[in-house]
Design a protein around this ligand. Structure first.
Ligand code: NI
Length: 167
């Protein structure tokens, strides 16, 4: 996996810059532009932003469980999947401002926690998710890496949508 070739410092730098990278990818877009997408059925830019904020929202709690109660099991049994979640939380129609603020707050909060807990990076939880057959032990570092790349990957998607729509 790519993860092994990237140092914790690089992961943390990417995680830290995520909100700025996302904000930059949205620069100059109108409310109408945010509803642009690539193909019918794919998410709009607006929906992607809400998906990113919710991803960090859920996984930040998982990070806090790993830091505060290492060795616990964090379950995603309740999670219906990205698409149903997006429908339930009306990703298609909500303004993105509060979601961007939430993403930034989560990252600042987690970074502050990691600075105050020098061994925090290696603490872990067991993650139980319906989409994977076996439970998986995940360290905080692994989860931070997932979140860092999650924003990066969806920012590429946003850039592709912008390019396709000439925005
Ligand atoms: Ni995603």
């Amino acid at each position: 996996m790519q993860e092994e070739t990237i140092s914790p410092q690089e992961i943390l730098a990417l995680y830290t810059s995520g909100p700025d990278i996302l904000q930059a990818a949205l620069a100059g877009l109108s409310e109408v532009d945010l509803d642009a997408c690539c193909a019918t059925g794919e998410w709009t830019i607006r929906q992607i932003v809400h998906h990113l904020a919710d991803g960090d929202d859920v996984w930040s709690m998982c990070i806090k469980v790993a830091l505060g109660a290492p060795g616990s099991t964090f379950s995603f049994d309740w999670y219906p999947g990205n698409e149903p979640w997006g429908v339930r939380f009306n990703y298609a129609a909500r303004e993105v401002g509060p979601a961007l603020d939430l993403l930034r707050a989560h990252r600042l909060h987690v970074i502050q926690l990691l600075e105050s807990l020098p061994d925090g990076w290696g603490r872990s939880v067991t993650v139980a998710a319906p989409y994977q057959p076996e439970q998986e032990e995940m360290t905080v570092g692994t989860i931070v890496g997932l979140m860092a790349r999650h924003v990066e990957q969806h920012v590429e998607q946003i850039q592709q949508i912008r390019a396709k729509n000439g925005r």
